[in-house]
Structures are given as structure tokens and as C-alpha cells.
Design a protein around this ligand. Structure first.
Ligand code: C2E
Ligand code: MG
Ligand code: MG
Ligand code: MG
Length: 284
């Protein structure tokens, strides 16, 4: 089309770019209807306390049952959600779903388990984060102490002081805060210094080569020491083997999460496990 208009064969019309633009628009339209049609689900990955070998928490991980493309992980659509502003209503949904699940498990099991939800740093630019979290816990009737908000440090944050102020408001609500993917961001230590968090989740890239990689072992030991000096709990992410579990335990981590304990599973599958297990976790 563009070529026939141009004459000399040169044109700014780029079919590949056109296709990408159409796909982006389609993704945005699909994301909008996903909220309306209820196509999102949280999968749950347990977190085990290494002192007691029991499940003490679970992280809600977003999945999208796309009508044509099947089950999508967040990597396939969160970027688009952030660019279009849809991350705000999606996060509102995630927070509500996580809080409701946490309240249900608290009724099932005395005291319940801690439930964690992820929020994107870009949310602080566009949403009333405190309002979203407060609405979620109020509606669910969830005790805020067992609600944990994970904030990734993978993405740089522009207005650190504003984010820190919002996090202090969240603490006033009584919820817990964690720094996610700790160690791979741009300013890990600045975040530790500025943010009122209770937990550090060591990125799985520092765990995956344990026990052989001595640099990673030194980094994990260092993060444990930093966290403990500040009264924080330290969680090792991405634990896939018994050897990794033994190593992060020996290095002083408080909790683990990863395929070795469980893949992310449906709420009912985790619930089954919570009912069966007041038995210790296999291998831990
Ligand atoms: P994350 O918060 O660090 O979550 C852990 C990710 O690592 C999950 O991928 C999980 O399935 C995967 N994982 C867990 N254990 C293991 C393991 O032992 N080995 C390996 N190789 N991987 C493991 P997932 O579900 O694809 O999520 C990717 C990221 O997307 C999350 O990383 C989080 O940053 C983001 N995300 C997930 N759900 C939400 C959400 O509701 N809102 C926002 N804003 N971000 C979310
Ligand atoms: Mg997380
Ligand atoms: Mg994580
Ligand atoms: Mg991670």
C-alpha cells in the first residue's frame, strides 16, 4: 500500500512495525476484557520457615487464562499493563484476591499463613497504593500483619522519597513489606536504607549456582548478616534442590521458596497441603 503511494519505493511504512502496533493494541483490548471476564487467577507458591520446616506463607503469582493463547505468565503481559495504565486495576484485583484468600486460610487454620502480593514500582506513579491496599484488607477482613507486599528492586524507581513515604503509610496500616529480587537492582542498599521493610528476598540468581559458587555463597551470607543486623527476615528464592536448601540454611536464611518445596499451584491445591500438613515439609 505505502509503496504504491510513494513511487520510488522508499516509505516510512514498515509492515513489521505495523504488525507490532496492532498486536499491542490487541493485547491492550484483551487485557481490558480480561478484568471484566474474570480471566485472571492467582497461583500460590508456599514459603517454608527453616526453623520449623512449616509453611508460614505463600506468594500469589498472577496468571491469565487468555481465551486464545492459553495460560500466560506475567512476563507475557505485565509490560503492556504498565504501559497502558491497566496495571492499576489489575493490581487492585490482585490485592483483593490475595487478601480474600488470606482471610479464607486464616479461617481454615488458626492464625492462618502470611499471604504475599507483588506490586510494580510503576504503580507508585499512577495509583493511590495505600488506598488500594487498605480497601483490599478492609473488604476481606484480613489481619494486616499477615498481608505482605513485595516490591521488586529489578526496576529502577524515580521518586525514592515518594515511594518511601507511601511505604511508611502501608506500615501504618499494619501490613508487612518485602524487597523482592534483592541484590540485582540498581540501588539495593539505598532501598534497605530508605524503605521500612521486614524482609529481604534474595534473588534466585544468587541461589541457582549454590553450593559450588563461592561468590554467591558470600553474597547470601552478606545479605543474611545485613538483614539480621536490621531485624529483618531473609528469604532465599528459587531453591530447587536439597543441596541448595542445605546451603541457604547453613548460610542463615530464615525462609525458602522455590520449586524444591512446590511449584506455584492453585489455591485449592495449596489449601489441601495446608490441611494435610501440619506434617513437616518433605526434604526440609
Ligand atoms: P517474583 O515475584 O520474583 O516471583 C517468583 C518467580 O519465580 C515466579 O515466576 C515463580 O514461578 C518463579 N520461581 C519460583 N520458584 C522458582 C524456582 O525454584 N526456580 C525457578 N527457575 N523459578 C522459580 P512468575 O510467576 O512467572 O512471575 C514472574 C514475576 O512476575 C514475579 O517475580 C513478579 O515480579 C511478577 N509478578 C507475578 N505476579 C505479579 C502480580 O500480581 N503483580 C505484579 N506487579 N507482578 C507480578
Ligand atoms: Mg515476588
Ligand atoms: Mg521474588
Ligand atoms: Mg525473583
Amino acid at each position: 500500500r505505502a509503496k504504491s503511494e510513494g513511487g520510488n519505493g522508499y516509505s516510512f511504512f514498515d509492515p513489521a512495525m505495523d504488525r507490532a502496533a496492532r498486536e499491542a493494541m490487541q493485547l491492550e483490548a484483551d487485557l481490558r476484557s480480561a478484568l471484566v471476564r474474570g480471566e485472571f487467577e492467582l497461583m500460590w507458591q508456599p514459603q517454608v520457615c527453616l526453623a520449623t520446616n512449616r509453611i508460614v506463607g505463600a506468594e500469589g503469582l498472577l496468571r491469565w487464562h487468555h481465551p486464545e493463547r492459553g495460560l500466560l505468565a506475567p512476563g507475557a503481559f505485565l509490560g503492556a499493563a504498565e504501559e497502558t495504565g491497566l496495571i492499576t486495576p489489575i493490581t487492585a484485583w490482585v490485592l483483593r484476591a490475595a487478601a480474600r484468600q488470606g482471610a479464607a486460610w486464616a479461617r481454615l487454620k488458626g492464625g492462618g499463613i502470611r499471604v504475599s502480593a507483588n506490586i510494580s514500582p510503576s504503580l507508585f506513579r499512577q495509583a493511590d497504593v495505600r488506598g488500594l491496599v487498605a480497601a483490599a484488607i478492609d473488604e476481606a477482613g484480613l489481619s494486616p500483619e499477615i498481608f505482605d507486599i513485595e516490591l521488586t528492586e529489578r526496576v529502577p524507581m524515580d521518586d525514592l522519597e515518594k515511594v518511601a513515604a507511601t511505604l511508611r503509610e502501608l506500615r501504618e496500616l499494619g501490613v508487612c513489606l518485602s524487597i523482592d529480587d534483592f541484590g540485582v537492582g540498581y540501588s539495593s542498599l539505598v532501598y534497605v536504607k530508605s524503605f521500612p521493610v521486614q524482609r529481604l528476598k534474595i534473588d534466585r540468581s544468587f541461589v541457582s549456582q549454590l553450593p559450588e559458587n563461592h561468590i554467591d555463597a558470600a553474597i547470601v551470607a552478606g545479605v543474611v548478616s545485613l538483614g539480621h543486623n536490621l531485624g529483618m527476615r531473609v528469604v532465599a528464592e528459587g531453591v530447587e534442590t536439597q543441596e541448595q536448601l542445605d546451603t541457604v540454611r547453613a548460610l542463615g536464611c530464615d525462609e525458602i521458596q522455590g520449586y524444591f518445596v512446590s511449584y506455584p499451584v492453585t489455591a485449592s491445591a495449596l489449601e489441601q497441603r495446608l490441611i494435610e500438613a501440619d506434617a513437616p515439609v518433605h526434604g526440609a
